[in-house]
Write a protein that binds this ligand. Sequence first.
Ligand SMILES: Cc1cc2nc3c(=O)[nH]c(=O)nc-3n(C[C@H](O)[C@H](O)[C@H](O)COP(=O)(O)OP(=O)(O)OC[C@H]3O[C@@H](n4cnc5c(N)ncnc54)[C@H](O)[C@@H]3O)c2cc1C
Length: 341
Amino acid sequence: MRVEENKPLAPYTTFGIGGPARWFATATSEDEVVEAVDWARQRGVPLFVLGGGSNLLVSDAGFDGFVVHVALRGVSVADGGIYQVAAGEMWDEFVERTVRAGDAGLECLAGIPGTVGGTPVQNVGAYGQEVATTIVAVRAFDLQAYEFVELSNAECGFSYRKSRFNTVDRGRFIVTRVDYQLKAGGAPSIHYSDLKKVFAEGSEPSLDEVAAAVRKIRQSKGMLLVDGDADCRSAGSFFKNPVISDEHYARIAATSAAQPPKFSAEPGKVKIPAAWLIEQAGFAKGYALGNAGISSKHTLALINRDKATAAEILALKERISAAVREKYSIELEMEPVKLGF
Ligand SMILES: Cc1cc2nc3c(=O)[nH]c(=O)nc-3n(C[C@H](O)[C@H](O)[C@H](O)COP(=O)(O)OP(=O)(O)OC[C@H]3O[C@@H](n4cnc5c(N)ncnc54)[C@H](O)[C@@H]3O)c2cc1C
């Protein structure tokens, strides 16, 4: 493992924003993961685990600690059709492989950037699927116990964009492998309205066709990484969809011209799209504040229009959050992880 100093982090993020890491190394094996942990411990410096940098906003000053870039590779198929995938594999390439093999369960998650190791962290989801449904185990180095552990699905504590990895045990585990149980020869999932519009009732599209449709929809929303498209210089959705009480929703509906959209959540609550709230609060696609902006294709994505700083992104976030708070008494929650603030 080679430790570099003052390594620029912006090129390791999809935002393309942020200063350097004081120290930086790439781990390509579990031994190197432990080596990185030891290196940081011996020097008493904070450790940050970097995957594909697609859910990350790095501060302009950078990170005064040690960044370990997880780059372990390898995919194997174990008994029972369980894929065991090293954390540094690129997520979309893995999805493509499963779709080609005719194994159902991830086809709606095509086109999401980042690594396999990043997927359990925020329970990645899109178009009616989330990884919590297919993950059967996560292998990780537990910094607290100083040993490798294998966590079952139940032990990961998954919920909407959450797991123990980004809540109660943030920073405790370095994921090195994720196991997914897929359904050989299974039918694709077509539950999301955008997909239902593409495939007529009763049609039987292949996994491949559904994954291709998902990529196409994602591209139309700037949610697919496409070279030269400024609308995807983002961290994907910047805000989570708030979950509010039925009463709160009713109060919003009573003052709205049209019925606000909603999705089901736990009993007594509904999920209301953050994009709708933002638009109603006066922000449109393409809105700009300095070099930061809202994607011209999707209200939920804040983008780096050109050489934006992290401070500019956060200023825009604050402006949007304040307007939504003022109008609806809802506190928008940021989805990407902040580093070095
Ligand atoms: C254009 C675009 C579209 C997107 N669309 C979606 C979407 O539809 N649905 C969705 O859920 N997300 C979406 N995202 C967000 C992002 O792609 C996912 O959250 C992805 O899983 C992040 O993985 P990563 O490897 O890039 O993680 P990073 O951004 O590198 O890290 C994110 C967090 O995970 C932690 N982490 C990463 N790897 C590991 C590891 N091996 N062990 C422990 N912790 C780790 C980091 O420490 C950090 O806290 C999108 C992003 C972009 C840019």
